[in-house]
Design a protein around this ligand. Structure first.
Ligand SMILES: *Cc1c(COP(=O)(O)O)cnc(C)c1O
Length: 449
């Protein structure tokens, strides 16, 4: 096992410890202030206010220590305040915090692009550009694909999630909470079927790809499509892993028709699934790849990486932004990537999978509400149904989530039907804590039966 075993990481004792009910009095006081100061449109999953974190633990304002099974939504893959990240950030902040790369550049931006060009699938000539958020990266991938192809249509898939800006809301499938009352959305976005093995009955990945391709040909016209944007493992949609052949068939269709194939690896990227990028699993080499979340150990950074001829087809000055590729965020990304290489992060993700999958399969025997167990690496989910049916059980999912939260495990839900329980532990999670979190999940099943 390469997975962590230390008792103390980053000054944080690797132990779940509850000293108050959750949320405790300090968090409740802060929550009251939040309600008076912060828009109620900004929701909170578990209102414990965090003061310190590291390894697999979040410490709150009341001194409670919670197990982190969410990594702030797949962001702190290298752990929170990872020393390799923190030391480079501190050094960079002390040197300079910002110049705007478009005004006067700095090496860190170039080094992050070099690392992305090296780590992403394919050994062709690549270029990258840096941005602030995942949504911004997706927007820029679409801009680049349109400039390169001279076409307008963008194809996305059912259950896909791409962000909260106007274009990416339009590209996102789920109405509540992402799109509701926020329209009208950008035009020229088309949604086609995705392979969802748990719900596809006997249909194979390539069969579903054929339906998707037929829809593109008949309803959009292949020659009008600038880009197909797909997550190789769908994140917010519920960690849907398309059946073998689906992703490849859609990528092949794109290639045969001059369409830019964009893998949105914002959630699945950076060692999360046991490969540097989830596209590698099916041997797909995307034309463009969008990254964010796990890239910079918690600092805001995002990127588009891809074929040099596509990335360079945009006029000079056409890409950028005031903060894109901020030097502090770049320093964090270089620290994060260095940690992943030195610690064989991909293997750690596989070790986490090897612990989680059999344990969840055991739980399924006693709790047939677990309809499906899926995912790869440290990106694992269970889909909950009314036993013996395919009917989504969002109420049970919410009850389990609440139980875990009350018992000091920070868990996340997902899925179009709100019935997916997802696990995104940091790769610095000690084995004992991971096992404890799974034990609490099992107790949650019993308590909510
Ligand atoms: C989170 C996410 C985004 C949006 O990223 P933000 O940084 O929240 O804008 C886009 N695509 C996928 C697959 C994501 O998981």
């Amino acid at each position: 096992m390469t997975i962590a075993a230390e008792r103390m990481i980053n000054g944080v004792n690797q132990e779940r410890k509850l000293v108050t009910n959750l949320p405790g009095p300090h968090s409740l006081a802060l929550l009251a202030r939040k309600e008076n100061a912060v828009s109620s449109g900004v929701g909170i999953g578990l209102p414990v206010f965090i003061t310190k974190a590291g390894g697999g633990i979040l410490v709150d304002a009341d001194g409670n220590s919670l197990i982190d099974m969410g990594s702030g939504i797949a962001v702190t893959t290298v752990g929170n305040a990872n020393p390799e990240v923190a030391s480079r950030v501190v050094e960079q902040v002390a040197n300079f915090t910002h110049t705007c790369f478009m005004v006067t550049p700095y090496a860190g931006y170039v080094e992050v692009c070099e690392a992305l060009n090296e780590l992403t699938p394919g050994d062709h000539d690549k270029r990258s550009a840096l941005f602030n958020s995942g949504a911004e990266a997706v927007e820029n991938a679409v801009k680049i694909a349109r400039a390169f192809t001279g076409r307008q249509a963008v194809v996305v898939v059912e259950h896909g999630y791409h962000g909260r800006t106007n274009l990416t809301m339009g590209m996102t499938a789920k109405n509540m909470p992402y799109k509701h009352s926020f329209g009208p959305f950008a035009p020229e976005i088309y949604r086609v079927p995705v392979s969802y093995p748990f719900h596809d009955g006997p249909h194979t990945g390539t069969e579903v790809a054929d339906w998707a391709i037929s829809r593109m040909e008949k309803e959009v016209g292949a020659e009008n499509i600038a880009a197909i944007v797909v997550e190789p493992i769908l994140g917010e949609g519920g960690f849907i892993v398309p059946a073998p052949g689906y992703f490849k068939a859609v990528a092949d269709f794109a290639q045969a028709n001059g369409i830019v194939f964009v893998a949105d690896e914002i959630q699945s990227g950076f060692a999360r699934t046991g490969d540097w990028f989830a596209s590698e699993f099916e041997g797909v080499v995307p034309d463009l790849i969008t990254t964010a979340k796990g890239i910079a150990g918690g600092m805001p950074l995002a990127a588009v990486t891809g074929r040099a001829e596509i990335m360079d087809s945009v006029h000079a000055g056409g890409l950028g932004g005031t903060y894109g590729g901020n030097p502090v965020a770049c320093a964090a990304a270089l620290g994060s990537i260095a940690w992943m290489k030195e610690n064989n992060a991909r293997q750690i993700a596989k070790d986490i999978e090897a612990i989680m999958l059999p344990r969840l399969a055991d739980m399924q025997i006693n709790h047939p509400t677990i309809g499906d167990i899926r995912g790869r690496g440290a990106m694992i989910a269970i889909e909950l149904v009314k036993p013996g049916t395919m009917e989504p059980d969002a109420a049970r999912t919410a009850a389990l989530n609440k139980y875990c939260h009350q018992h000091g495990v920070v868990t996340l839900t997902a899925g179009t039907y709100g019935n997916v329980f997802r696990f995104l532990p940091p790769l610095t999670m000690p084995v004992a804590l991971l096992e404890e979190a799974l034990g609490i999940l099992e107790a949650a099943f019993e308590a909510t039966a």
